[in-house]
Design a protein around this ligand. Structure first.
Ligand SMILES: Cc1ncc(COP(=O)(O)O)c(C=O)c1O
Length: 376
């Protein structure tokens, strides 16, 4: 396979993950002297006019891309998705007198979020307990509570490759909270349906270290008194994310990615490309006579993280190892499944070009041709 410019690889990492080459080059060109200031963004006061402009532009571009209504605030925070597992509960658990919340657990991340929320109130598990996350059970099996303070779900489970196509249907008077860490900006959203959306940057948006929270204004100011100031949405909003020193360089990088997305067709394009990329891989899986096996129900398969085993539903570890080695030799990297599930995971975030996914698809076909009949 021909080498990519700068010795770069085809990066299918689950996060931190690929960033657009144009963005990395722009950051490189501005590294030593940002916009004639004679200093790097890393060396700049977070209260300077230049940084204020970077922050404002990043917020404006995200508002444009997602069509965020004016009664929502955009916050840049630290502590990752995991910090938000606690922040959501601390800020919203007390919205209703029962101090309880409904959690959809469809994989590792919503499970962790629910566990964390248990520290701050009562967690009602909406779905039947399972250890095997293969989709979202039918609505007939849901146990929603009308007195819940909020409803929580993870829009895309990065480890298992389970994605909600739509937010779960629910009583619209109860705010819904979505962890969109691994599928934000990959499809159209009606923000007005949500109370809170949050996402760690390190998958579809930028480097690790920045988390974005989009929150409806009427939900501000309801935090438990013990909520740390850096997790209190009202304090963060009142200070335009500058209550303390924010992750300045990460915000700058997110801003470059938002600009890049805007000049490359916005969400309409990312949605289209996500479908193209993921269906190229799922088609091969589905036509492989179970040589490749994806455990997730077709209707909940992730467009971002395609998870599969090789050599049957339990996977043949030798074949999987061979697949990863050969892929690596072809410069396709970070394809190993999460350690808790094994197998292969191809992450196809917005910065992964369609051609890279198609090259992986070609390799999968070729690999099956050569190893398609596993030894008895
Ligand atoms: C969907 C989702 N939510 C939350 C997290 C946790 O994020 P962090 O590691 O930034 O705390 C991850 C991490 O991969 C994730 O994929």
């Amino acid at each position: 396979m021909a080498h990519l410019p700068h010795g770069r690889k085809l990066n299918f990492a689950a996060g931190p993950s690929a960033l657009p080459l144009d963005v990395l080059q722009k950051a490189q060109s501005e590294m030593l002297n940002f916009n004639g200031t004679g200093i790097s963004v890393m060396e700049m006061s977070h209260r300077s006019a230049d940084f204020t402009e970077i922050l404002t532009q990043a917020i404006n571009n995200l508002q444009d891309l997602l069509d965020i209504p004016s009664n929502y605030k955009v916050l840049f925070v630290q502590g990752g998705g995991t910090g938000q597992f606690a922040a959501v509960a601390m800020n919203l658990m007390r919205l209703k007198p029962n101090h309880s919340a409904d959690y959809f657990v469809t994989g590792t991340w919503s499970q962790k979020a629910a566990k964390e929320a248990e520290k701050y109130g009562k967690v009602n598990y909406v779905l039947p307990h399972t250890k095997q996350f293969k989709g979202v059970p039918h609505v007939n099996h849901w146990n929603l509570d009308n007195d819940a303070s909020y409803i929580y779900y993870c829009a895309n489970e990065t480890v298992h490759g389970v994605e909600f196509q739509e937010p779960p249907s629910h009583n619209p008077d109860i705010p819904i909270v979505a962890d969109m860490s691994s599928n934000i900006l990959s499809k159209e959203l009606d923000i007005s349906k949500y109370g809170v959306i949050y996402f760690g940057a390190q998958k579809n948006v930028g480097p690790a270290g920045v988390t974005v929270v989009i929150i409806r204004e009427d939900l501000l100011g309801r935090a438990m008194p013990s909520t740390p100031a850096v997790l209190d949405y009202k304090i963060l909003a009142a200070n335009n994310s500058l209550y303390n020193t924010p992750p300045c360089y990460g915000i700058y990088m997110c801003g470059l990615v938002f600009e890049w997305l805007k000049t490359h067709g916005g969400i309409e394009t990312t949605a289209e490309k996500s479908n193209l990329k993921s269906s190229a891989l799922y088609d091969i899986i589905d036509n492989s006579n179970e040589f490749y096996h994806c455990a997730v129900d077709k209707e909940h398969r992730s467009r971002m993280n395609v998870t599969f085993r090789i050599g049957g539903s339990n996977g043949n570890e030798n074949l999987e190892k061979k697949f990863l080695e050969e892929a690596q030799n072809l410069h396709m990297i970070q394809l190993k499944g999460h350690r808790s599930v094994g197998g292969i995971r191809a992450s196809l975030y917005n910065a992964v070009p369609v051609e890279h996914a198609l090259k992986l698809a070609d390799f999968m076909k070729d690999f099956q041709r050569r190893f398609g009949e596993p030894e008895a």
